[in-house]
Design a protein around this ligand. Sequence first.
Ligand SMILES: [Zn+2]
Length: 305
Amino acid sequence: MMQVRPLGGGVEVAEIIEFHAPTHDAGWMLPDADPGLLVSHRQILENRFWTPHTNRLVFTYKVWLLKTPDAVILIDTGCGNHKPRLSPYQSHINTPMLDWMRALGAPPEKVTHVLHTHLHSDHVGWNTQLLDGRWTPTFPNATYYMPKADYDLFKAHRAQSMGPEMYDCVMTDSVDPVVDGGLARFIDHGDEVAGLRAIATPGHTPGHLAYEFCHRGDVFLFSGDVMHSPIQVLSPSVNSRWCEHASLARDSRAKLLRRAVECDAVVFPAHAKGVHGWRIARCGDEFTIGFDCHHGTPTDEMESA
Ligand SMILES: [Zn+2]
């Protein structure tokens, strides 16, 4: 499914969802979180982000599409079809993603840029598709931008969070074909591509990048996996189990949240549903979060921590 949000001036953002459901046990996925933490924020999280009776986090796998008059940009490429994965939510799934993209006026051949926040399996999947038994770049006219530190780490099988055999598989079916096809470039902090600026947010992975897009005075932050759940806004010290470097991940999260407040930015997270994103505000030493907010609307939609 997909949702579109016009941003004016011929620019629009869309989220294209592969999967949305209560999936991961909260204690397993957020091992830093005290069992009472989610309960204490039940009013904000219940049902939409967490199902208390099963203690499952409501998880979304999706692709962000940004269309400007000059470019068709994907921020990460989701899980992809027919890929062998350890996760049952990612393994051998089969969605009409490309039909949904065509319906949004973004057929594969029109995609000009793919910007990766990092190279985990659920962010590189649609880089390729299975054609005649071969993993083939899905977006033949795009340049794929990826953080070098992630590429180096996963090629060397040194990542800790998912196991080396999984990284080998992901690189082989989703990264190597675009590199071998000459479609990949490395991107680093401060680089600007198609109007988006890369911001170093290391920790979840060593090369993790967020992307900032400024348009008509508004700021939009594609935050990747700096946060998986609103609980990590309300309690920024909570890491996911997939964060490679715990203290760096916490620092990057706090830094990105401060930037979101300073810029009055809309945050577009990778794993929560909602094309209107999150609005972050400061309340004393804590952060608060609001949903479905539009720029220019009063802050009465904000929910206090
Ligand atoms: Zn992810």
